[in-house]
Design a protein around this ligand. Structure first.
Ligand SMILES: [Zn+2]
Length: 64
C-alpha cells in the first residue's frame, strides 16, 4: 500500500507519478525540473484545516 498523503506534489498540489511516490519525492517531475519550492499549505497536515475553529474562550488560558 502506498501512503496516499504522499501522492500529491507538495509544490504544485498535482498528482505524483507512482515512481516518485515510491521514491518518497515531495515534488513531481515538473517541479523537480524547475526546482519549485514546497508550498507550506501543502506540507502542513491537512487534518488541521478540517478541525472546527476554537471557541473564543482562549483568553482564559492566557491568565493561567
Ligand atoms: Zn509539482
Amino acid at each position: 500500500m502506498l501512503p496516499s498523503r504522499l501522492a500529491i506534489c507538495l509544490a504544485c498540489g498535482g498528482r505524483m507519478a507512482p515512481c516518485l511516490v515510491i521514491a518518497a519525492s515531495p515534488r513531481c517531475h515538473d517541479c523537480r525540473d524547475i526546482h519549485a519550492p514546497l508550498r507550506a499549505d501543502l506540507v502542513e497536515p491537512p487534518i488541521l484545516r478540517l478541525l472546527p475553529p476554537l471557541e473564543p474562550e482562549s483568553e482564559e488560558l492566557e491568565a493561567a
